[in-house]
Design a protein around this ligand. Structure first.
Ligand SMILES: CC(C)(COP(=O)(O)OP(=O)(O)OC[C@H]1O[C@@H](n2cnc3c(N)ncnc32)[C@H](O)[C@@H]1OP(=O)(O)O)[C@@H](O)C(=O)NCCC(=O)NCCS
Length: 195
């Protein structure tokens, strides 16, 4: 096996997740960078995006041990968001997500997409642990981690600079491979039960 497993195309009930091609993806999604609040929560850089900068960011997160999947609703050629995963030498995967098209917020996209990414990471990429770092007041994101069984493992005080310029705490969420597999098995069992 190569040192860095290659990202694969994944399919969920509603979406196709394809490893992005940074140049094409940057052209399709540059308008996302106008959402300073969302961009600030993901990159801690909210303003002064140029097409070149956006492309460089996407390129940085699409090579070596960094994979970014674009999220396409089935039957559409317009991406609505992206999910990133960085796998380090201790087989820990750091996750991040941006739903760039706001009309898709509140539709459980992250839960569905992240479940597929976690399945792939634990089953095929030799990942043993997944982590996410979020601004403490990013309630949707905190909620998304909890919903998938991540545990709050710590708080980094005043770690984050919010778009309003104020410092804020960051929360660390973690999930172990065996926790995910146990959860998945319980879910499958529930599905099999007669209703
Ligand atoms: C974070 C982000 C992906 C969330 O998108 P989303 O999953 O569609 O968000 P939702 O509105 O569905 O919220 C997720 C859950 O949090 C809950 N929630 C949202 N705001 C809440 C609040 N203020 N208090 C409590 N719960 C809240 C929602 O009810 C929802 O739960 P449900 O599915 O059971 O209804 C999106 O806001 C985004 O792209 N933000 C910018 C980038 C970012 O912050 N990325 C995460 C850090 S890496």
């Amino acid at each position: 096996m190569s040192r860095h497993p290659k990202p694969r195309t994944l399919e969920t009930e509603r979406f196709i997740l394809r490893p992005i091609s940074p140049f094409a993806f940057s052209r399709q999604t540059f308008h996302w960078t106008a959402d300073t609040e969302a961009m600030g929560d993901l990159f801690q850089r909210s303003k002064n995006w140029t097409r070149l900068r956006w492309w460089r960011y996407l390129r940085r997160f699409s090579r070596g041990n960094r994979h970014t999947h674009g999220i396409w609703p089935k039957g559409s050629d317009r991406p609505i968001g992206m999910h990133g995963i960085v796998v380090d030498g201790s087989r820990t995967a750091s996750l991040n997500v941006l739903i760039g098209e706001q009309d898709w917020w509140g539709k459980s996209v992250v839960e569905e997409v992240r479940s597929a990414v976690l399945d792939d990471a634990f089953d095929h990429m030799r990942v043993e642990r997944a982590v996410g770092l979020v601004r403490a007041r990013n309630f949707p994101s905190v909620f998304n981690y909890r919903k998938l069984g991540f545990k709050h493992e710590g708080t980094m005080r005043q770690h984050f600079i919010h778009v309003d310029g104020k410092r804020a705490d960051s929360l660390i969420f973690g999930l172990l491979k065996n926790e995910w597999l146990t959860r998945r098995a319980a879910r499958a069992e529930r599905k099999d039960e007669p209703s």
